[in-house]
Design a protein around this ligand. Structure first.
Ligand code: NAD
Length: 260
């Protein structure tokens, strides 16, 4: 069913976004990759995707902190492939500090990349989707779109905002063949989380293994990381015909974190 569709995956040079892009490529989608990457590495990535599936693929270097580049990502995709069928807003950054010490520039960057970028890409992609009465939007939020943790004010605010945006887009487009949902992962071992583990190991003067165990024990009852491939499989399902009635949902995939 996804064969021949065009999927834009933001932040797809690493971690969860890369696994999602690989899954959609394997399903036969034309893929637009995006992220912060040198042009040589981007070229290598595009070549690897070419081997992964016969479908076309290109890399768009939009810096999603900039609203105009968010819009350009959608416009350039439409110019090249005619349409955006599937939009996965995945790019995200993290910074950890108590509110009173939180650097203002980190607050602004996290809100811009983790929340406002999704508004700008959705705003640009919707008119074409509405014309065709068809479209799928998946926003990669977080358990932190549903519950809070200390020292993550900007991230929690942005992810709660992203869940709210998801619901409004779903309601405004209900009955138009367009769904919009949020996926809310618990901990996934990607560079974003590895940095938090390394920082806490250094701060608490414990080994990286001990810091990893502590992180999972504190939050994630399954005591294992969610895999990026599990998240990709959920995104594929949300973009399938079988998920046509799922819209405005914020789906946890968190080893029991938010059940507590
Ligand atoms: P990651 O650091 O591995 O990947 C982040 C991606 O975003 C990279 O491709 C990076 O180039 C891109 N990116 C960062 N800033 C950008 C910018 N200004 N413009 C364009 N692209 C930019 O992180 P990840 O863990 O794979 O996270 C992906 C998403 O999943 C994020 O939104 C994150 O908040 C969310 N998430 C992650 C976890 C986790 O445990 N790893 C849990 C819940 C939610």
């Amino acid at each position: 069913m996804l064969n021949g569709k065009t999927a834009v995956v933001t932040g797809s040079t690493s971690g969860i976004g890369l696994a999602i892009a690989e899954a959609f490529a394997a399903a036969g989608c034309r893929i637009v990759l995006n992220g912060i990457l040198s042009s040589e590495k981007a070229e290598e990535l595009v070549q690897r995707f070419g081997k992964l599936s016969g479908a076309e693929c290109f890399f768009h270097p939009a810096d999603l902190a900039d609203p105009e580049q968010c819009t350009a990502l959608i416009r350039d995709t439409e110019a090249r492939f005619g349409t955006v069928d599937i939009l996965i807003n995945n790019a995200g950054v993290q910074h950890v500090a108590p509110v009173e010490q939180f650097p203002v520039e980190q607050w602004n960057a996290i809100l811009a990349i983790n929340l406002s970028a999704a508004f700008h890409t959705i705003r640009a992609a919707l008119p074409h989707m509405q014309k065709r009465d068809s479209g799928r939007i998946v926003n990669i939020a977080s358990v932190h779109g549903l519950v809070a943790s200390v020292d993550k004010s900007a991230y929690v605010a942005a992810k709660h905002g992203l869940v709210g945006l998801t619901k409004v887009v779903a309601l405004e487009n209900a009955g138009k063949g367009i769904t919009c949902n949020a996926i809310c992962p618990g901990f996934v071992l990607t560079p974003l989380v590895q940095k938090q583990i390394d920082d806490s190991a250094a701060r608490e003067e414990i080994s990286v293994e001990q810091a990893t165990r502590k992180l999972l024990e504190r939050k994630q009852p399954s005591e294992r990381f969610v895999s990026a491939e599990e998240i990709a499989a959920l995104a594929i399902f949300l973009c399938s015909e079988a998920a046509s009635s799922i819209t405005g949902a914020a789906l946890p995939i968190d080893g029991g974190w938010t059940a507590q």
